[in-house]
Design a binder for this molecule. Structure first.
Ligand SMILES: *Cc1c(COP(=O)(O)O)cnc(C)c1O
Length: 465
């Protein structure tokens, strides 16, 4: 392909993108294909000769598009959102075009310096103290793994990377039973082990970690000769939005000298709104590591996960490695690849710059506030429906409910709704029972889209009975 053809296809794709987004409401939200359909549509072997772009694009429409679930659909109420706002998509097109690998300051100074400033813009937006710096990672899973490795190394005087973990004693990390599976995986990969990730019970009304149980567990572990290494808290858990009492946990961490990591991957975005901070974020200042995903609710195209660090040194002591070929000379600069596990880095800060400049903080706040308001509205509509129960009340814009019947009926309703295709919901579990999750967070969703979901639920339920 030469650059004139590239220009032509680039125009075609821009037009296609706008048409696609404008027509989303007409498409089923979840892909309606069956396992193997896409495989059957693809050639079994690679072509030996080059093929024309129009044939490739035709096949893309015919074979690929039916097998896509539309995450930018305004009636997407499943999981959590992965919003790609138009300005952040434009930034990603530019990043794709320049295609720089931004591992070190000198491999693109603008990328590094913009990352420093964008992390600070977000720090201000979230009202975190000035001492916080941070780094943009690909995912909350990576940020959490970095924090867990740091907990491990700090607890054994930074000797694990050199010696391995043999003979180091049993390291223990504490969290509630509501944490995301990425915390389990971080404990596996860091050599802590599932059995040493101590999952404590929660309390009502915010499903928060029981701090008395936390204190007792740490005391018991010390008596048994184990090594407490860190505590992981959540603001806005994936299942039901569980949110820990950050101040109370921090108090324990300080008394016990434990490293702290806060997983606010989804709900952290909402903390740009002043009115949510007192309920959900009192005591946040002081956490050693905090992760929020602007690629979820805030609108930065996937992937973009910001890890704030109160002091980056423990994480640098854990992850920094500098072979000869990565050494740079001259003035002291930040090389963000020393803060994270992968060496290579995409230029992720540009889309934050485009996003925040384009909407302004007030524009972003207005959207989040609407989502929370509309989630409460539809929650009340479902509450009033015959035989339906709200299982967990809205935590920001997430709540869970049950239709009449047993666990199988909940799954049948979820499957029937998603086969219907007008909206998309997913199931969860709470206190051993299956629940249906509902979250509002798609960037272009309207109040009508949200209330329409109640009509679809009623309609599909009536057909199912
Ligand atoms: C989405 C989510 C994660 C995982 O985020 P990734 O960026 O996909 O790794 C972790 N914790 C919570 C609370 C989440 O909502």
């Amino acid at each position: 392909m030469d650059w004139d053809e590239f220009e032509e296809w680039g125009r075609y794709v821009s037009r296609w993108a706008a048409d696609y987004h404008k027509s989303l409401r007409d498409l089923p939200v979840r892909a309606q294909t069956r396992p193997g359909d896409t495989i059957r549509g693809l050639a079994a072997a690679p072509p030996s000769q080059g093929q024309p772009m129009d044939a490739i694009i035709d096949d893309f429409e015919r074979v690929v598009m039916p097998g896509m679930t539309h995450w930018q659909h305004p009636r997407f109420f499943a999981y959590f959102p992965a919003n790609a706002t138009p300005p952040s998509m434009i930034a990603e097109m530019l990043v794709t075009t320049i295609a720089a690998q931004c591992m070190l300051w000198q491999t693109s100074p603008a990328a590094t310096e913009m990352e420093t400033v964008m992390v600070d813009w977000l720090r201000q937006a979230l009202a975190l103290p000035e001492e916080y710096t941070g780094v943009i990672q690909d995912s909350a899973s990576s940020a959490t793994l970095s924090a867990v490795l740091t907990m491990r190394e700090r607890a054994i005087d930074y000797t694990g990377n050199r010696d391995g973990l043999n003979g180091k004693g049993t390291l223990r990390i504490y969290c509630s039973e509501q944490v995301h599976s990425s915390i389990d995986r971080a404990a596996w990969i860091a050599g802590i082990g599932q059995e040493n990730l101590v999952k404590l019970p929660t309390r009502s009304p915010r499903h928060e970690l029981d701090v008395d149980a936390l204190r007792a567990a740490i005391r018991g572990d010390r008596a048994a000769g184990h090594i407490p290494a860190g505590i992981i808290t959540i603001t806005g858990g994936t299942g039901v939005g569980a949110s820990d009492d950050l101040a109370a946990v921090l108090d324990v961490a300080r008394t016990e000298d434990l490293y702290t990591h806060l997983d606010a991957a989804w709900a952290g975005a909402a903390m740009i709104c002043e009115e949510f901070r007192e309920e959900f974020w009192a005591g946040v200042a002081g956490y050693d590591s905090i992760v929020i995903n602007p690629h979820k609710w805030l609108g930065a195209q996937f992937d973009c996960s910001v890890q704030f660090l109160r002091d980056p040194q423990p994480q640098l002591n854990t992850l920094k490695i500098e072979p000869e070929y990565l050494k740079t000379t001259g003035a002291a600069v930040t090389n963000y690849s020393e803060w994270t596990i992968p060496l290579g880095r995409r230029f992720r800060a540009l889309k934050l710059w485009f996003l925040i400049r384009s909407y302004g903080l007030e524009g972003l706040k207005a959207r989040l506030r609407n989502h929370v308001r509309w989630a409460n509205e539809i929650c009340d509509v479902l509450r009033a429906m015959d035989g339906f129960d709200i299982v967990t009340e809205p935590m920001l814009s997430l709540f869970t409910f049950r239709c009449p019947g047993d666990d199988k009926d909940q799954q049948r309703l979820v499957d029937a709704i998603n086969d219907d295709g007008r909206i998309y919901l997913t199931q969860g579990a709470f206190q051993g029972k299956k629940v249906i999750r509902f979250q509002v967070g798609q960037f272009e969703t309207t109040r009508e889209d949200v209330l329409f979901a109640a009509d679809v639920i009623r309609d599909v339920w009536a057909r199912m009975k």
